[in-house]
Design a protein around this ligand. Structure first.
Ligand code: FES
Length: 154
């Protein structure tokens, strides 16, 4: 369970790790573990505590794809975009979902509910297009059934 952003808690978490050699990565992992993401304010706090520039810390955060810079969505939808799914209509299904959510791949929907991530094969090529909605694997989707499944999962 992640906590809402709290700069005092973030400072305490950072201070607890500054003694480590190469403390930046452990600090960033800890901040993401505690808050679920690394907001811009955390970059500033980490830079100050570790005597680094904000650009240096930001560079590390943006280099590693595991680090998030925005609050995580309540639901993660992974849509297969590999060849078999594309041939069966995955792009149209994705477009329908993105239109409904008013978002795009890898961007949390404006209401914070969903983030849609592309994946490249879920092992259901024979029943494409496939998606993993939360921990539920679904196949033979089209735009309407995909949107319906995502709404049901919220
Ligand atoms: S290509 Fe989409 S499940 Fe394999």
């Amino acid at each position: 369970m992640t906590r809402t952003w709290n700069p005092e808690l973030a400072s305490r978490e950072i201070e607890a790790l500054t003694h480590l050699e190469g403390a930046l990565l452990p600090v960033l992992h800890r901040l993401q573990e505690v808050f679920g993401y690394i907001p811009a304010e955390a970059v500033t706090l980490a830079a100050s505590a570790l005597n680094l520039s904000r650009a240096e810390v930001h560079g590390v955060v943006s280099f590693y794809h595991d680090f998030r810079t925005e609050a995580p969505a309540r639901l993660v939808v992974r849509l297969c975009q590999a060849e078999a799914c594309q041939a069966a209509g995955a792009r149209a299904a994705a477009a329908a979902l993105m239109g409904r959510l008013k978002t795009e791949f890898m961007k949390v929907a404006p209401d914070g509910s969903v983030v849609v991530e592309p994946v490249y094969c879920l092992g259901l090529c024979a029943a494409a297009p496939a998606a993993l909605i939360g921990d539920r694997l679904l196949a033979a989707l089209d735009g309407a059934s995909l949107c319906e499944a995502v709404e049901a999962a919220l």
